[in-house]
Structures are given as structure tokens and as C-alpha cells.
Design a protein around this ligand. Structure first.
Ligand code: UDP
Ligand code: MG
Length: 307
């Protein structure tokens, strides 16, 4: 049987990019004799993305399309693509050509050599502003310690064998962090470096707020470390309580209990803020549990093409 690679391309307002990436991929795959299907997932675009996908897929059954009823986020789009994929292996690539399609060929060859998970690793992080860089550094530090793998250079650009894909789509959790999931499932893994390219058309689809939300969702879905911070802070403050307690009692019995107003105000403020922060962290996790318990669909499909 001929082997097929499924190429999953999430697209959100990428009208000028879908045709471009399709052309590029088609060229490269023809040249290298690789059978492929492309699954475009239109994540609720407001522009002509879907019309363009329809146009490309018109006389090619190997170009498939999934149109979401609204924007459900990239993770949902990737998941939908994996779910509908039929290939022996599946790759995920951004539609803006920041991930060089040529690397797909190298990934495919590694897969043929028997690797199950081929992780695209950014050789440089491309152009990013300083604040974003520091913020993402902190995020990846946390994620790395949670997943026990170095996440800083990882990306969503990867290729997975069918068995890894099946393992991922079987998982019931709704808030999934795909980038870490491919490592979590295990299997024979190899990394491959690529240079992050400039975006072909349009702008990044992430606002600062959506990035913060994305980071929190993924931290919560992968690690309970913040909850342990609460316990840790509690322990430290318990030690302080004992020391201050003894100190105050000593002062009281030696009749020196006067003043100390500043200490009390400071303690109130510090303890108050720690308690609120802790409640916030716990609340975030309860929110995440609530989301999972509701058991809602990850996405709603409005239309399919060739599926
Ligand atoms: N994307 C998506 N849904 C979203 C946001 C982004 O499907 O809500 C897609 C987007 O069309 C692109 C990929 O995810 O193909 C990466 O997005 P983007 O280039 O905006 O992210 P960046 O490269 O800036 O991290
Ligand atoms: Mg991009």
C-alpha cells in the first residue's frame, strides 16, 4: 500500500496564504515523490480563507477542508485536523510559511527511517519583541519543568506517526497543549532544526491577551506546580508566624508591647495578598476542572470539503 502523509494546516484569516502554501507544498511533494493530503482547518476566519480553500480543493480530492462555526483556537483546529486525517503519518504546519515546507520532506524521511515523533525545533526564534521574549521564556521554563523536556525551542511544527496521532486523539481532555502532548505520548522521538521564516502575508493572529490566556490554559493543563506554590508560601508564612508569635509574647510578658504598628500593617498586607493570590490560583484550576466537566465539544464544524 502507498504511504500517505497528512498535512494539517490551521488557518485563521489567512486568505493570502492558503493558496501560497498549497502551491509550495504541492511543488515540494511532487519533486520528492511523497503522497500527501492537505487538511485545511479554517478556524472561523472572517476573510476569504474558506473561499480560497474551496477553490484549491475543487478538483483535488486530496485537499480537504474543515470550517469551524467560529474561532475556536489553534489547538482545536490542530485537533480537528488530526481527527479527520487518514495518513500513515501526520504533520502540522502553520499557514503563514513561517515553517519551511522543505523541512516536511526531511521529517518524512526520518519517519520512513522508523521515528514516530519528529519535533521541529526553532534554530532561532525569529523576530520577537523583548517583553514577549521574556514572557515566553518564563512560560517555557515552567512548561519544561512540568514536562521534563526542554520546551523553549519546540513549536507546533512536527510530524507524528499514526500511532502517536491515535494516542493523542483518544485523550478525553479538552484543553490540550499540542506542543507538549507529542512529547507526553512518548514513542521513538527525534528533533529536527529549522529556521523560523518571516510571515508571508498578514499579521500574527495572537493578541497579548490571547497569549496570556493561552499560557495560563496550557500551564494549568500540564502542571499543578502553582498549587504547590500555595502550599510552599503557606509553610514559609507559618514559620514567620511562629517567630513573630514568640517575639510578641516575649514583648508582652516583659511589658514592652507597644508600637509595632508598621509590622502589623505590613503583615496584614503581605498575608492578605498571599491569601488572595492563592485563592486565585486555586480558582484558576477549579475553572479548568469546570471546563473539563462540562464536557463540551472542542469545536463545532460548519462545513467539510472532501471528508
Ligand atoms: N491560528 C489558528 N487559530 C487562531 C490563531 C492562529 O488557526 O486562533 C493559526 C494561524 O492561521 C497560523 C498558525 O495558527 O496558521 C500560527 O498563527 P500565527 O502565525 O498567528 O502565530 P505566530 O506565528 O505569530 O506564533
Ligand atoms: Mg506565524
Amino acid at each position: 500500500m502507498e504511504k500517505i502523509m497528512s498535512i494539517i494546516i490551521p488557518a485563521f484569516n489567512e486568505e493570502s496564504n492558503v493558496e501560497l502554501i498549497h502551491k509550495k507544498i504541492n511543488e515540494i511533494m511532487m519533486l520528492n515523490g511523497i503522497n500527501y493530503e492537505i487538511i485545511f482547518v479554517d478556524d472561523g476566519s472572517k476573510d476569504k480563507t474558506w473561499e480560497n480553500i474551496e477553490k484549491i480543493s475543487k478538483d483535488n480530492v486530496n485537499i480537504k477542508g474543515i470550517k469551524f462555526s467560529r474561532n475556536f483556537g489553534k489547538e482545536a483546529a490542530v485537533f480537528a485536523g488530526l481527527k479527520e486525517s487518514k495518513g500513515n503519518c501526520c504533520s502540522v504546519i502553520d499557514s503563514d510559511l513561517q515553517h519551511p515546507p522543505e523541512t516536511l520532506v526531511e521529517m518524512y524521511r526520518l519517519w520512513e527511517d522508523g521515528y514516530d515523533v519528529i519535533e521541529g525545533i526553532k534554530l532561532d526564534r525569529g523576530k520577537e519583541n523583548k517583553l514577549y521574549k521574556n514572557f515566553s521564556k518564563l512560560f517555557y521554563k515552567l512548561m519544561s519543568s512540568a514536562t521534563k523536556i526542554d520546551m523553549e525551542k519546540t513549536s507546533d511544527f512536527k510530524l507524528l506517526d499514526r500511532k502517536a496521532v491515535d494516542a493523542i486523539i483518544e485523550l478525553p481532555e479538552k484543553n490540550m497543549f499540542f506542543r507538549a502532548m507529542s512529547a507526553w505520548v512518548g514513542f521513538k522521538t527525534v528533533t529536527i532544526g529549522y529556521e523560523v521564516q518571516e510571515r508571508a502575508h498578514g499579521e500574527s493572529k495572537w493578541s497579548t491577551m490571547s497569549l496570556i490566556k493561552y499560557a495560563i490554559t496550557n500551564i494549568v493543563s500540564f502542571t499543578t506546580a502553582p498549587l504547590h506554590i500555595v502550599t510552599f508560601l503557606g509553610t514559609i508564612f507559618f514559620v514567620f508566624t511562629i517567630i513573630f508569635g514568640i517575639h510578641s509574647l516575649y514583648n508582652y510578658f516583659t511589658h514592652q508591647a507597644l508600637g509595632g504598628f508598621t509590622t502589623i500593617i505590613l503583615l496584614q498586607l503581605i498575608i492578605g495578598s498571599i491569601v488572595m493570590l492563592s485563592l486565585g490560583i486555586i480558582g484558576t484550576y477549579i475553572g479548568a476542572i469546570y471546563d473539563e466537566v462540562k464536557d463540551r465539544n472542542r469545536y463545532i464544524v460548519e462545513k467539510f470539503i472532501n471528508i
